[in-house]
Design a protein around this ligand. Structure first.
Ligand SMILES: CC(C)(COP(=O)(O)OP(=O)(O)OC[C@H]1O[C@@H](n2cnc3c(N)ncnc32)[C@H](O)[C@@H]1OP(=O)(O)O)[C@@H](O)C(=O)NCCC(=O)NCCS
Length: 294
């Protein structure tokens, strides 16, 4: 039981849990039991320091708005005039990609609110892409180093097999070895995430046949709105087309990111909602599954 629970937690957002009819029948029962088991932890959310909540909200506001992006139009020209170069990911970029993944893990902002261990978080978000399929990744590099990345998998089904057989067991080991669950911030997140899962919020259509590839993209906050994201997507799409891959998909909880993907020719394949961040954000966030045929 415990292992089953942890397996689900460490899966990054993009790894959608597929429908399973029998599981669906037991969903309400499990939800009820988990509410009892985690009652204490969930209750503590009420005692979270308001300052932390305010800080998180301020961080979210850092996300680029279209107006901010317009104001930074001239910077975009600068970025395209070779100040920021897009190139293939290589092993030496791994540390910086992991850093950005942690700094942008929470709807484009930091992760302090829900996880206090960067190694585990970065493993969950990037390990497959950087260590098992580095050839599908790209980075944006300025004078300061890596300022953005797009990491991907050309075959999501293969990725899921490796994640389940190799990455998840390793993560479970790390979670216990490092005693993550002894700390309240991680337990609170876990409790909310489990409730979200048991409510069925992670059920989504299986789009792997029509859109076999997947991507995960993030840009450092101060480099957003400079068309770096667009250039990274273009390079990845080019690579997928060369290899005759029929489609690519991704998931996001950000309305801003959804608009960005629509501009890149993606359409919304399904929409849902995620309640597990409500204790940090004070609101339920949407979830969009987006896809682009190539
Ligand atoms: C979403 C993200 C990858 C976009 O990359 P970017 O380099 O900032 O985006 P671009 O400058 O290439 O924008 C391309 C287009 O999308 C639009 N766009 C970008 N961010 C937007 C936003 N926040 N709201 C609305 N539209 C937006 C731009 O207006 C631009 O349109 P234009 O071509 O007409 O000028 C980047 O902002 C980011 O990393 N955000 C935080 C993390 C995140 O949400 N990641 C995606 C989760 S999978």
């Amino acid at each position: 039981m415990r292992h089953g629970i942890i397996c689900i937690i460490v899966l990054p957002e993009g790894f959608l849990i597929k429908s399973h009819a029998r599981f669906f029948h037991y969903r309400l029962f499990i939800s009820f039991i988990s509410k009892i088991l985690f009652y204490d932890t969930i209750k503590r959310y009420n005692y979270l320091d308001m300052r932390i909540k305010e800080r998180v909200k301020a961080l979210i506001r850092l996300n680029s708005t279209p107006r901010e992006i317009a104001l930074r139009g001239s910077m975009a020209d600068m970025a395209e005039n070779n100040d920021v170069v897009i190139r293939k990911f290589s092993a030496k970029d791994r540390v910086q990609v992991r850093r950005i993944s942690c700094e942008t893990a929470f709807l484009g902002a930091g992760h302090d609110c829900f996880c206090d261990d960067e190694e585990v978080l970065a493993d969950a978000l990037t390990l497959y892409f950087t260590d098992y399929e580095p050839e599908s990744g790209f980075v944006a590099v300025s004078g300061e180093g890596v300022v953005g990345y797009l990491i991907g998998a050309r075959d999501t089904a293969r990725m899921e097999k490796i994640v389940n057989s190799k990455i998840v067991p390793g993560l479970i080991g790390k979670i216990f070895r490092k005693g993550l669950l002894r700390r309240q911030v991680n337990r609170t997140f876990l409790a909310h995430l489990l409730l979200s899962i048991f409510r069925g919020e992670f059920f989504a259509p299986d789009v792997n046949r029509q859109y076999p590839a997947i991507l995960h993209i993030n840009i450092d906050a101060q480099y957003r709105g400079l068309h770096i994201g667009t250039r990274l997507i273009e390079r990845y799409v080019e690579l997928l087309r060369e290899q005759n891959i029929k489609g690519v998909h991704c998931g996001t909880m950000s309305d801003a990111a959804k608009e960005f993907f629509r501009k890149q020719g993606f359409s919304v394949l399904s929409t849902g909602r995620r309640t597990y961040l409500r204790y940090c954000l004070g609101k339920i966030v949407p979830f969009y599954l987006l896809g682009k045929r190539l």
